[in-house]
Design a protein around this ligand. Structure first.
Ligand SMILES: [Zn+2]
Length: 292
């Protein structure tokens, strides 16, 4: 029961929600209606809702099964969490049912990897139990990049979270209190064939996960790009990027590195089926889903 396999490593998507979520003009500071017009054929309606002006975003986790470990990458928004945005606030998503439907229990997870510490990547790290936030996956070590953890432990970064709600307090700190964290360098190897790949910019310590097995390769690239339009226009960073120009540099290098290669790219937020290939297109790039 999995969506994709690479050698003897499988990847299963555990979706929390997919919908037109973020206003294009609000999310992309460089949003240009004329540029969008040129891409309307493929964007509407699957990637962009012209009525609301919102881009379609998928929020999901990825279950990785290897012969040795069961790993969960990114943990969505979560349930019952106090947030300042309605779409994230005090939600009751059926995500845990979707997780169990993949044939696993919370006890099965050996590692949780947060590619970075944004509200939609740390939510299910914890669950509410007797009024306290406790680790959802009791046997897991939670892998955080040192640089990312340090960044979010600075008070100034905590202040920035007033916009979204203090998700570090309910979704990261309880992991540290329970001593379940594994703080690593940005090129850490989880096991043979599962290695972190530094993708700084969107946040300073963001990492991807490089999956290599049996001569096949995939990369879960977190929020290196949020939307397919960024393959066509790699210059566009988002308001959610901590450093928009560093995010741009990382994205361009990534697209150059993996274009026209037999490497499956799995960005966090691309709509179903999410995974695909970067292909050259004109003087830029395009994204071709695995199923065409
Ligand atoms: Zn995200």
């Amino acid at each position: 029961m999995f969506d994709f396999s690479f050698g003897d490593i499988s990847v299963t998507r555990i979706v929390e929600m997919e919908m037109p979520m973020l206003g294009g003009t609000e999310f992309f500071p460089d949003w240009d209606p004329q540029a969008i017009e040129r891409h309307k054929d493929w964007m509407v309606p699957r990637h962009f809702d012209p009525v609301s002006g919102k881009v379609v975003i998928n929020i999901q986790a990825f279950l990785i099964r290897t012969p040795h470990h069961t790993i969960l990458v990114d943990t969505c928004v979560g349930n019952h969490k106090p947030r300042n945005r309605d779409m994230f606030n005090d939600q009751v998503f059926p995500w845990m049912d979707n997780f169990r439907a993949a044939g696993v229990t919370p006890e099965d997870i050996d590692f949780v990897l947060c590619t970075h510490m944004h509200v939609d990547h740390v939510g299910w790290n914890t669950k509410l139990e007797d009024g306290r936030w406790v680790p959802t996956f009791p046997n897991a070590k939670y892998i955080f990049s040192r640089k990312e953890l340090d960044f979010w432990m600075q008070q100034s970064e905590q202040d920035q979270m007033t916009r979204t709600g203090d998700y570090v307090a309910d979704s990261v700190l309880p992991i540290l209190e329970a001593k379940r964290e594994l703080v690593v360098d940005m090129d850490h190897a989880i096991e043979d064939g599962l290695t972190l790949e530094p993708l700084p910019g969107h946040t300073p310590g963001m990492v991807g996960l490089n999956v290599t097995s049996g001569g096949e390769q995939a990369i879960l690239c977190g929020d290196m790009m949020h939307h397919m339009i960024q393959c066509h226009i790699p210059d566009w960073s988002t308001v959610a990027c901590a450093d928009q120009s560093a995010a741009r540099v990382t994205r361009k290098a990534f697209l150059d590195r993996y274009a026209d290669r037999d490497v499956t790219i799995i960005p966090s937020h691309f709509p179903n089926p999410t995974a695909g290939f970067i292909i050259p297109s004109g003087d830029s790039f395009a994204f071709r889903y695995v199923n065409g």
